[in-house]
Design a protein around this ligand. Structure first.
Ligand SMILES: Cc1cc2nc3c(=O)[nH]c(=O)nc-3n(C[C@H](O)[C@H](O)[C@H](O)COP(=O)(O)OP(=O)(O)OC[C@H]3O[C@@H](n4cnc5c(N)ncnc54)[C@H](O)[C@@H]3O)c2cc1C
Ligand code: FES
Ligand code: FES
Length: 485
C-alpha cells in the first residue's frame, strides 16, 4: 500500500501526500510555501537550493549534510530529516533568533543580492553542525574546510571573502543542534499511486522488485538521473531506491581489498579511500561539491558509464572489480570489462552493481616493491566541474625500475579506458626521459579524442600525454602544488 512520505521538516514531523518524483525544491516552494530555498540552475550546479538532509543509516552514522533540493526527489525524504533556511532562522543564538551563520553573515555584510544566501547559509550550517558534533570539535575551522563546504555555492556579487569571514566568526560560537524530530524507518512504498518510490531493505527485496517492475527507475543518489526530472521534466511512475538496502550500505576492508557497497556515497567512501590513496582522495574532494558528494554514489557514477566520469579512471588503474547481482545469480566482473561503448555497460536487464572491490595489494606487487598511485583531473574550473581529461596511474617499482603499471584515462574515448601500450612502455625501465617519451608516444598513438566545449581533440591529446611528465615530476618530489589545473 502506498504511504505518505513522512519526514522531519525543521524539527516537526510532517506527512506529504505527493508524487514521489516531485523535486523537494518544488514541494518546499509550492506546497509547503517555504520560499527561502531558491531555484537557480535546477541542475545541482549553483547551490541556491541547498538544504540540510539527514538520512537514516543502518550503520548508525548519520549527520546533516548539505544537499541540492532541485535534484532531490520527495520519495528520498521518507524517514529523513530536513532543515531549510527557515528552520535555521527559527533557532536561538543567545538572545537572538537565527543560526550563528546567519547572524555572522548579517553582521559581516556577506550578502548582497540575497538569492544565493540561503544556500550558502545552509552549506555552512551543515559544516558547523558536523564540526560541533565531531569528537575532536575545537571550534577552529581550517579555511580549506570552509572553501570545500562552499565549492557548490555560487555567489556572483559579494565575493567569498566576507562569507568565509562570517563562517570563521560563527565557528567560534556555541552551535545548537539542528532542529530534528526523527520519524522512524522509511516505509516500503511511498508517494502517490501515480508516482511511487519503493524502499527495499534487503538485496533480495530489491532484486525481486526489479524483476517484478521491469519498467521501474533505479535510483541511488539521483545526482545524475534526477536531472531528467529537474530539467527535462521526466515523470516516473515507479522508482526503486537502493539507499536503504543494508547489504548495499556496507563498507568493509581486509588485508587484500576495500569493498564499497553500491549505495555508499562519495562522502562516505572518502575517509576509507584517503587512507590508502591520498591522490584519489584529492580527486574525490574535487568531485562535484559537498552537496553532490553527500548524495551521489560511487556505483551510480560507474553505472552512468560516462566517458568523463571521475571514478572510472582511478578504479580502472587500481584494478577494481564489480560484484553484480540479479534475482538469478551473482557474478564478479573486472571493471576493465564493464564499459562497452558510449554510456553502455555490461549490466544485464534486472542486474545491478552490488559492490565495488578495490584491491589493496595489486597482484603485481610484493613486499620488495613499492607502489605509487596518482590521479589527475584536468577541468576548466578547480571545483564543481566535470573533467576534460582525467588520467590515473598505478605503478609498482623494484628499485628504480617500473615493475607493474596500470594506466587509465577518462575524456579520451567513448568510454573510460586503460592504456596498456603506455603501461608496457614503462615496464622494466626507470622513469627517465626516454621512458617518459615512449609512454607519451604510446598515449598519443592509442587515443583519438573528440573536441567539445570542454577541450579540443589536440588539447586533450597533448594534456593526457603530458600527465606522464607530471607523474614523473610528482614521483621525484618536484611537483609544485597548484590550485587550478
Ligand atoms: C552539479 C553536478 C556535479 C557533478 N560533478 C561530477 C564530477 O565532478 N565528477 C563526476 O564523475 N560526476 C559528477 N557528477 C555526476 C554524478 O554526480 C555522479 O555520476 C554520481 O556519482 C552519480 O551517482 P548517483 O548515486 O547520484 O547516481 P544516480 O543518479 O542515482 O544514478 C545514475 C545511474 O546509475 C544507475 N544506478 C545507480 N545505482 C546503481 C546500481 N547499484 N546498479 C546499477 N545501476 C545503478 C541508475 O539507475 C542511473 O541510471 C555531477 C553531477 C552534478 C549534478
Ligand atoms: S537550483 Fe542550482 S543547485 Fe539547485
Ligand atoms: S549575494 Fe547573491 S550572488 Fe552573491
Amino acid at each position: 500500500m502506498t504511504e505518505p512520505i513522512r519526514f522531519s521538516l525543521n524539527g516537526c514531523a510532517v506527512e506529504a501526500r505527493c508524487r514521489a518524483d516531485m523535486t523537494v525544491l518544488e514541494w518546499l516552494r509550492l506546497e509547503a510555501l517555504l520560499r527561502g530555498t531558491k531555484e537557480g540552475c535546477a541542475e545541482g550546479d549553483c547551490g541556491a537550493c541547498s538544504v540540510l538532509l539527514k538520512r537514516p543509516d543502518p550503520r548508525g552514522r548519520s549527520a546533516f549534510q548539505a544537499a541540492n533540493s532541485c535534484i532531490m526527489l520527495m520519495g528520498q525524504l521518507d524517514g529523513a530529516s530536513l532543515v531549510t533556511v527557515e528552520g535555521l532562522a527559527a533557532m536561538r543564538t543567545g538572545a537572538q533568533s537565527g543560526h550563528p551563520v546567519q547572524l555572522a553573515m548579517e553582521e559581516n555584510g556577506s550578502s548582497q543580492c540575497g538569492f544565493c544566501t540561503p544556500g550558502i547559509v545552509s552549506a555552512l550550517a551543515g559544516l558547523l553542525d558536523r564540526q560541533s558534533g565531531s569528537e575532536d570539535a575545537d571550534h577552529t575551522l581550517a579555511e580549506d574546510d570552509i572553501h570545500d563546504a562552499l565549492a557548490g555555492n555560487l555567489c556572483r556579487c559579494t565575493g567569498y571573502r566576507p562569507i568565509v569571514e562570517a563562517a570563521c566568526a560563527a565557528a567560534s560560537q556555541q552551535i545548537a543542534p539542528l532542529p530534528d524530530h526523527p520519524v522512524g524507518s522509511p516505509n516500503a512504498v511511498t508517494g502517490e499511486d501515480s508516482s511511487q518510490m519503493l524502499h527495499p531493505a534487503t538485496l533480495d527485496e530489491l532484486l525481486a522488485l526489479l524483476r517484478q517492475h521491469t519498467d521501474a527507475t533505479l535510483l541511488a543518489g539521483g545526482t545524475d538521473i534526477s536531472l531528467d526530472v529537474a530539467h527535462a521534466r521526466a515523470r516516473w511512475e515507479r522508482v526503486i531506491s537502493t539507499r536503504n538496502v543494508t547489504e548495499l550500505r556496507n563498507i568493509s576492508e581486509n588485508a587484500d581489498v576495500l569493498t564499497l557497497g553500491a549505495a555508499v556515497t562519495w562522502q562516505e567512501a572518502l575517509p576509507f579511500v584517503a587512507e590508502h590513496w591520498p591522490s584519489f582522495a584529492t580527486l574525490i574532494r574535487r568531485f562535484g561539491s559537498t552537496q553532490i558528494r553527500s548524495m551521489g554514489t560511487v556505483a551510480g557514477n560507474l553505472a552512468t558509464s560516462s566517458p568523463i566520469g571521475d571514478g572510472a579512471p582511478a578504479l580502472l588503474a587500481l584494478g577494481a572489480s564489480l560484484r553484480l547481482a540479479s534475482s538469478q545469480d551473482e557474478r564478479t566482473l573486472p571493471l576493465d570489462d564493464f564499459f562497452l561503448d558510449y554510456r553502455k555497460n555490461a549490466l544485464r536487464p534486472g542486474e545491478i552493481i552490488k559492490a565495488i572491490h578495490i584491491p589493496l595489494t595489486g597482484s603485481e606487487l610484493d613486499e620488495r616493491r613499492h607502489a605509487a598511485f596518482r590521479v589527475y583531473k584536468l577541468s576548466k574550473r578547480y571545483d564543481q566541474d566535470i573533467s576534460t581529461v582525467c588520467g590515473a596511474f598505478s605503478l609498482a617499482f623494484e628499485g628504480d625500475r617500473v615493475a607493474g603499471a596500470r594506466i587509465a584515462f577518462g575524456g579520451m574515448a567513448a568510454t573510460p579506458m586503460r592504456c596498456t601500450a603506455a603501461a608496457d612502455a614503462l615496464l622494466g625501465k626507470p622513469l627517465d626521459g626516454a621512458t617518459i617519451s615512449a609512454a607519451k608516444a604510446a598515449i598519443a598513438g592509442t587515443f583519438k579524442p573528440m573536441s567539445d566545449m570542454r577541450g579540443s581533440a589536440a588539447y586533450r591529446a597533448m594534456a593526457a600525454a603530458n600527465l606522464v611528465d607530471r607523474l614523473a615530476h610528482d614521483l621525484s618530489g618536484e611537483t609544485v602544488e597548484v590550485m587550478a589545473l
